[in-house]
Design a protein around this ligand. Structure first.
Ligand code: ZN
Length: 271
């Protein structure tokens, strides 16, 4: 019998002795922030506080103080389900990046690309601190949203941003240039999913890509020709499979076998 991945995580949790000290108290959180800041070569200048009224973690400015607030229950749950304390470090590193990149100066603005920049930083700093790629990605693997929201980009893009940051730090440590990802600019199709504000493209090599705010391509999946009249293409997106019909509609088969319309894929030239 194949055990679903989520069940495996559940069976294994709490899987480490560290799960007992997984309640991230303020001292541990402050210590973690100090360690992250030390690895960035900057002087620490953050106020770290517990806050039960926020759902996750947040960076904001109050007066002249740069504050990082976190919900200890949320942190404990993430550390418990990822089985690693690196997940707490990556969340704090992400919040530190919001301050360092100036995002907290204008809290009213929402730029999903800002999230990716902070994810990139968390991957970078976690490598510098000695985390493996899996440890750097652990938080996103359990908390990411597959289709993204108004404020947060889709999980796959966030994982890719962390991976890029981690790889970049590794390349620097090994004194070599990171390898760029090339996209064939002659796009074939434009892909949009219902309820997802992002636009995706199918390039000339049938790769499904998305661009972050730095115009860096991130591959989400592939397009395949389907030898079938009703379903022209198969679109693999992350770890899901969709079917595209002759009228440019993207369909998904639900668990009950029903077909559900989930987006459109139109020819690029017609845009
Ligand atoms: Zn953020």
């Amino acid at each position: 019998m194949r055990i679903p991945a989520f069940l495996f995580t559940f069976l294994l949790a709490p899987c480490m002795a560290s799960a007992q000290d997984a309640m991230l108290n303020e001292r541990a959180a402050k210590d973690a922030v100090q360690r992250i800041v030390r690895h960035s070569g900057l002087q620490p200048g953050f106020t770290v506080v517990e806050n039960l009224d926020i759902p996750t973690a947040i960076a904001y400015i109050k007066g002249k103080q740069r504050i990082i607030a976190y919900n200890p229950g949320f942190m404990a749950r993430v550390m418990d389900s990822t089985c690693t304390n690196w997940s707490a470090i990556s969340i704090l590193a992400h919040e530190i990046a919001h301050h360092l990149l100036g995002h907290t100066l204008d809290p009213g603005q929402v730029h999903p690309g800002d999230e990716l920049a902070c994810d990139h930083y968390s991957g970078f700093i976690l490598h510098a601190m000695g985390a493996t790629l899996e440890e750097a990605l652990a938080t996103q693997e359990v908390t990411g949203d597959p289709h993204g929201t108004h404020r947060h980009p889709p999980k796959h893009a966030r994982i890719q941003a962390i991976r890029q940051g981690w790889e970049e730090a590794r390349a620097i440590a090994e004194r070599r240039e990171p390898e760029p990802f090339h996209v064939h600019d002659a796009f074939r199709f434009v892909v949009r999913f219902t309820g997802d504000a992002n636009t995706y493209y199918v390039d000339a090599e049938d790769r499904l890509v998305w661009f972050n705010n730095l115009a860096e391509p991130i591959q989400f999946g592939r397009l395949e020709q389907f030898p079938n009249k009703d379903a022209k293409y198969r679109l693999s997106w992350n770890d899901e499979d969709f079917v595209v019909d002759g009228r440019e509609v993207i369909w998904k088969r639900t668990a009950t076998g029903m077909q559900m319309k989930v987006g459109t894929m139109s020819v690029y030239a017609r845009q």
